[in-house]
Design a protein around this ligand. Structure first.
Ligand SMILES: Cc1cc2nc3c(=O)[nH]c(=O)nc-3n(C[C@H](O)[C@H](O)[C@H](O)COP(=O)(O)O)c2cc1C
Length: 374
């Protein structure tokens, strides 16, 4: 299918801005004043460990009242977008599911995209302008850098969305040597803004500032664009300031800690009692729900096939209370005796980010159902 590609002029604009940039030491200065009239653009994101979330807050900081407060994607229904944000949306996702054809984000964004695809025959997003950003790691995953941008982009475009925000890196701010499905070789641009907060965090604010200037024109936003200049791209105190009227419990965004464990549950309870985990082995994230009589497992939260594991399948769990002030590590050993996944399944799951206050209740819940505490 052919996608509506915006003018190459758009991807060159950041270069113009960079050349004119002043060396002012002020932390935030007005770089552009757009006089066109428009309403708010929606700002949506999915995030597992917080980088994309924080990028969303930086975009909010740049574009101010012309965009909505950052909305976590599980709180948004695709069918409401056109009515709610008829000026367009800015949408961001990380890449976790390396080389997967879909479900690449490992966040609730996967469910959102799944639902958009389900509805795409109805031109769900017909005419809605959208711009995509995403976080990745070009050093660890040089063959799949920020691939999820492409999945979001393609899914939205196939549902009738009109893309803006194509990105050509500013000279001197190129990415580490890498390949990405979101890069279009023919036009030498990315279909959205990739951010590498793992290796190039010092460039994040500058990239976001340039991209926001471009978006302001492409969305015809009415309002000032602020340039971010702090050397620390993700300053949590600034994040808190921006989030002053935004109640996102910190315990819901536990930090990912890389380890050699095979599976990591990172307990973002975006929907009541569903816990998300990612494998780190190239497969998409999965969700678990601990109900009274079974553990339910599914690839997403909106209609994907669901597997049911009995509690007899939990052969034990180990509690590590030393892993920080906000969370504990809980290691579960699950065995799929019913072969519900279609093959023998025995995995060690590490649950991170369970709020301390939830741990005693969660442990007795499992013990009552026959799990042994190691
Ligand atoms: C298991 C695992 C797989 C990952 N796969 C990719 C990948 O395929 N491509 C990529 O660019 N980054 C990959 N990353 C890096 C994440 O995208 C990066 O850490 C990003 O900042 C996470 O964003 P978030 O904090 O919003 O979840 C991976 C990280 C982990 C731990």
């Amino acid at each position: 299918m052919s996608l509506n590609i915006s003018s190459k002029d758009h991807v060159l604009k950041p270069l113009l801005f960079r050349n004119k940039r002043s060396s002012s030491a002020r932390s935030s200065i007005i770089i552009h004043r757009n006089i066109c009239a428009s309403a708010q653009v929606g700002l949506l994101y999915g995030s597992a460990t917080g980088n994309t979330r924080e990028a969303a807050f930086l975009i909010k900081s740049c574009l101010g009242r012309t965009v909505s407060d950052p909305q976590e994607i599980s709180t948004v229904r695709p069918q409401d977008l056109l009515q709610k944000y008829n000026q367009g949306i800015i949408i961001g996702a990380p890449t976790w599911a390396t080389a997967c054809p879909e479900m690449r984000t490992g966040t609730a964004m996967d469910d959102f995209l799944w639902q958009v695809r389900e509805e795409s025959r109805n031109s769900l997003l017909s005419g809605l302008r959208f711009a995509v950003f995403g976080c990745g790691d070009a050093s660890q995953w040089p063959d799949n850098f920020a691939d999820a941008i492409d999945e979001v982009y393609t899914t939205m475009a196939q549902a009738g969305g009109q893309p803006v925000g194509h990105w050509r890196p500013v000279r001197g701010e190129e990415y580490l040597n890498s390949r990405s499905k979101s890069f279009r070789e023919d036009g030498h641009y990315y279909v959205g803004l990739p951010l590498d907060n793992i290796n190039q965090s010092h460039l994040t604010r500058s990239r976001i500032s340039s991209w926001c200037l471009q978006l302001s024109e492409e969305f015809s936003l009415k309002g000032d664009v602020q340039r971010l200049t702090s050397s620390d791209p993700f300053n949590m105190s600034e994040d808190s300031r921006l989030a002053s009227n935004y109640t996102y419990p910190r315990s819901r965004v536990p930090r990912w800690s890389t380890s050699n464990e095979r599976y990591h549950l990172f307990g973002s309870r975006l929907t009541a009692n569903w816990y998300q985990f990612g494998s780190g082995e190239g497969s998409a994230g999965r969700w678990l729900k601990f109900t009274d009589d079974s553990v339910l497992m599914r690839a997403g939260l909106r209609g994907q096939p669901e597997y049911q594991l009995s509690y007899s399948a939990i052969t034990g769990f180990r509690l590590d209370p030393l892993s920080g002030t906000e969370s504990v590590t809980l290691v579960l050993f699950l065995e799929d005796k019913q072969r519900l996944t279609g093959r023998p399944w025995s995995k060690q799951l590490v649950l991170k980010g369970l709020p301390r206050s939830d741990v005693p209740g969660f442990c007795s819940f499992l013990k009552e159902r026959g799990a042994a505490l190691h």
